[in-house]
Design a protein around this ligand. Structure first.
Ligand SMILES: Nc1nc2c(ncn2[C@@H]2O[C@H](COP(=O)(O)OP(=O)(O)O)[C@@H](O)[C@H]2O)c(=O)[nH]1
Ligand SMILES: [Mg+2]
Length: 372
């Protein structure tokens, strides 16, 4: 999942690592060069082996000997790279803003190319910069870790804004809990309702689905087929009927039968479509939802982010479901939607099967991005 983003993030890690090596060479302390060498006093140009070294050579090939041992004997035998390595391993290293400028610029480009919106990319880069600049600690084998931790924290902070646990909410809320799903056509609203129906049913909750998309031909049948397969009750009216009336009936049915949850499907709409938005407002008046969930597809990238912002402004949403993450290698929409709406991603759709629904957990998401 999100392989492009993953490789870009690891590219950034490597770039910073290279920067650190370069800087280590540049700031090599003079004393390691100034130490007088016994061998040089014997010969100006060539380095001769001491008897001790010759015997060591016989018993242990050079490659097997401890580098530290060699260095105390003869600094001149080590190239810059090795000295720099020793410096990095043994000394504290301070990262300055200048060191990071180029890699951070690359990081921002990489984030933008991964469909992460500009303001979100900037926030992540700023966070990484604040964490790394002035870092004063021993940097050696764990250089990559320091960079990775900074990136993880930056992304985690963006993703964990306003965490909302739907399962906890449903458990504690008075029943039936009414959830309305909104978004444009074809993004996966109906499929996500089917997946969630199964998920709630598997948890032992009783579910009613409301066929509130009376607009698109075949939409009612599509939901009915899912409801039948999953084994949940569907309330439906005729095509072109009033969605508010269907959804109202579904709630009445749920109340009468002490059902736990009503999941209401709606027709795809843009917030700019005044008639459809008025219809949605009517639904919310007649059959008030406890939660409104925005559904969009990861593959839409920045378009999905834009729509999330627009819907959230028109009808305040409680969270989002991002579908088709199985078909998206960029991963940016997930990060951006959470940041831009200030509302959490609740689930990721990861395929067309009923179980292809992943409850979104920021820590899980960040771990995925850095998994080998
Ligand atoms: N690969 C993949 N396809 C999905 C996912 N969610 C939905 N789809 C497909 O997207 C298409 C549109 O889904 P639908 O639920 O009808 O969208 P709606 O118009 O928003 O209700 C269908 O063919 C679904 O099978 C997903 O997570 N992964
Ligand atoms: Mg639909």
């Amino acid at each position: 999942m999100f392989n492009k983003l993953k490789s870009k993030l690891s590219g950034f890690k490597e770039k910073i690592g290279t920067k650190i090596d370069e800087k280590a060479v540049a700031v090599e302390p003079e004393e390691t060069i100034d130490v007088p060498l016994v061998e040089l006093s014997m010969s100006d140009s060539s380095v001769q082996e001491t008897p001790a070294e010759v015997s060591a050579e016989k018993t242990h090939p050079v490659s097997e000997r401890e580098p530290v041992q060699q260095e105390t004997k003869n600094n001149k035998k080590f190239g810059f790279a090795q000295k720099a390595k020793a410096l990095v391993f043994e000394r504290e290293f301070i990262l300055e803003e200048d060191d990071l400028e180029e890699p951070l610029w690359d990081l921002e480009m990489a984030l933008l190319e991964s469909d992460i919106a500009l303001s979100v990319s900037e926030a992540i880069v700023e966070s990484v910069k604040n964490q790394l600049v002035g870092t004063r600690r021993r940097i050696g084998s764990n250089t990559g870790n320091i960079v990775e931790e900074a990136l993880k924290k930056a992304i985690y902070d963006v993703m964990s804004a306003n965490v909302f646990d739907l399962d906890e909410y449903v458990k504690n809320a008075s029943k039936p809990v009414h959830i309305v799903f909104i978004g444009i056509n074809g993004t996966g609203k109906t499929t996500s309702i089917a997946k969630l129906s199964k998920r709630f049913k598997d948890q032992g909750l009783s579910v009613v689905v409301a066929a509130g998309d009376t607009f698109r031909a075949g939409a009612i049948d599509q939901l009915a087929i899912h409801a039948n397969k999953v084994g949940v009750k569907i309330i439906k009216h005729q095509e072109q009927g009033d969605p508010a009336a269907v959804i109202y009936d579904a709630i009445q049915h749920a109340k009468a039968h002490k059902a736990d949850i009503v999941l209401s499907d709606t027709a795809g709409r843009m917030h700019t479509n005044i008639n459809l938005m008025e219809q949605l407002k009517k639904v919310c008046r007649v059959a008030p939802p406890d939660l409104i969930i925005f559904v969009d597809e990861a593959v839409a990238g920045n378009d999905a982010v834009e729509r999330a912002a627009q819907f959230n402004a028109a009808v305040p949403i409680h969270g989002s479901i991002l579908t088709k993450t199985d078909a998206d290698s960029k991963g940016g929409a997930a990060i951006s939607i959470a940041y831009i709406t200030g509302k959490p991603i609740l689930f990721l759709g990861m395929g067309q099967g009923y179980d292809d629904l992943q409850k979104f957990d920021p820590q899980w998401f960040v771990d995925q991005l850095f998994a080998e």
